[in-house]
Design a protein around this ligand. Structure first.
Ligand code: BJ8
Length: 435
């Protein structure tokens, strides 16, 4: 980190010793996993910088913005509509965490068999190591899986500013009405928080800013369809993770810039792996920073990841919000339309997701799909079986990996992934009969 942010972290109430330890682990992990890759696009320099300053400069920007009256809203789910937050000149930041922290403390308030994503979020709070969480003016918890829903009751005793948003469980007319009512309530809560009345021009502007971020990542996704693929899955995942932290306009510009570079690579037939390398689609639970374990295993086992069917990936960003309407009511309807399409496994039934995974595997010309389920995540672990069946029935080899944030199972996962990559290579060989 280029500056000394100790005073700022102290004022935010961080535990400086624990925070230092976290940054060291993060820095070392980043060095080993990201900076050791070869042939990275030069546009990744920006994202290296963002990561090196993720608890520094970005937090300073947010804290400085607060002094000028810009509120910070934290969220744990892609169902929280960023457009509404933006419309009130506030900033939405992701609070999900991807590393175990203060586990002993966490297990005093949550059962051991809670998924790592939830435990990690609590660990970052109880261990006082997350400057994003500590700088929020409002934290939005959303009623999705049972784990989150019930743990927000506990979180409410630990933070002063929790706002709980209800969400439907079924894609029915009634479910849609619940979502609309909740978004209306949320808009009002954001207006109360910021003192800004959200009118149609403001909401349109908010939609435009967030759509532009999404369009930039769509462009990136398109480029990953090329063979050879011009960017590693790890770097693409990192960009999708930074989506939740960075200033939106600067993020959009930086992604477009890297896409310009990748377009040249594609034209020239240059890739991060040789043409014909096994292409993998990742599907399942979201991966928050610094959860890079499985992608790292995959990309050091001879395969390349070409897409993520995940909330930190295409499930979270695939649809745009229609901004053509003129009235508040119509724009709110457009927002509901957009978010109601998110095919999270907490919905029942959830046939859209099965279709989407199949569509993605065809569009990205994936040779195989690796389904990532976090242990104790019932929605995604249960849904992994029909996903596997749907894919295998359409001829797409599928591997289910259930894991957590610990490194204990790395070798075991690596053995399974390597065998899966071999299976794909063998079937490609017998299909081609080149020898
Ligand atoms: S829209 S995926 S971001 S809820 S891994 S906490 S589901 S037990 S994260 Fe999610 Fe919103 Fe859905 Fe996306 Fe529960 Fe599973 Fe844990 Fe999970």
């Amino acid at each position: 980190m280029s500056n000394d942010y100790t005073q700022m972290w102290k004022e935010l109430g961080l535990d400086l010793t624990a925070h230092d330890a976290l940054l060291q682990v993060l820095g070392k992990g980043y060095q080993d996993i990201f900076l050791s890759q070869s042939d990275r696009p030069t546009g990744m320099d920006y994202f290296n910088f963002v990561m090196s300053e993720v608890h520094g400069l970005r937090i300073k920007e947010l804290v400085d913005g607060k002094k000028e009256g810009h509120k910070i809203v934290g969220s744990y789910c892609v169902f929280v509509p960023e457009e509404i937050v933006r419309a009130a000149d506030a900033t939405l930041v992701g609070l999900c965490a991807g590393a175990d922290f203060a586990t002993e403390e966490v297990e005093k308030v949550l059962p051991r068999n809670t998924c790592a994503l939830i435990k990690s979020a609590f660990g970052f709070k109880l261990g006082k190591v997350c400057p994003y969480l500590e700088s929020t003016d409002m934290i939005v918890g959303e009623n999705t899986c049972d784990g989150k829903k019930k743990s927000y009751e506990v979180l409410d005793t630990l933070v002063p500013n929790l706002y709980v948003m209800d969400l439907p469980q079924m894609k029915s007319t009634e479910g849609r009405a619940v979502l609309r009512a909740e978004y209306d309530k949320f808009k009002k809560a954001i207006e109360d928080l910021t003192g800004v009345t959200i009118d149609a021009p403001r909401l349109k502007k908010g939609i435009e800013i967030v759509n532009n971020k999404r369009k930039a990542v769509h462009r990136l996704s398109e480029l990953r369809k090329a063979d050879p693929v011009p960017i590693s899955g790890l770097d693409a995942l990192l960009i999708n993770q930074v989506f939740f932290y960075d200033d939106p306009t600067r993020f959009t510009d930086s992604v477009n810039k890297i896409c310009d570079e990748l377009e040249v690579r594609v034209r020239e037939g240059k890739g991060v792996r040789p043409k014909g390398s096994p292409r993998m689609l990742l599907s399942g639970c979201p991966m928050a920073v610094p959860n890079w374990k499985l992608p790292w295993v995959i990309e050091t086992s001879g395969a390349v990841i070409v897409g993520e069917e995940s909330c930190v990936g295409e499930r979270g960003t695939r649809n745009l919000t229609d901004d053509s309407a003129a009235t508040m009511d119509e724009l709110m309807e457009a927002i509901v339309d957009r978010y109601f399409k998110i095919d999270c496994a907490v919905f029942t039934p959830n046939a859209d997701r099965l279709e989407h995974v199949k569509e993605m595997s065809a569009a990205y010309k994936a040779d195989g799909v690796i389904h990532y389920g976090l242990q104790f995540c019932q929605p995604y672990q249960i849904e992994s079986l029909p996903v596997e069946k749907a894919l295998e029935n359409s001829g797409v080899p599928t591997l289910r990996v259930d894991t957590d944030y610990s490194m204990e199972d790395v070798e075991q996962i690596k053995t399974r992934v390597e065998a899966f990559v071999e299976r794909i290579k063998m079937s490609a060989c017998s299909a081609c009969r080149c020898s």
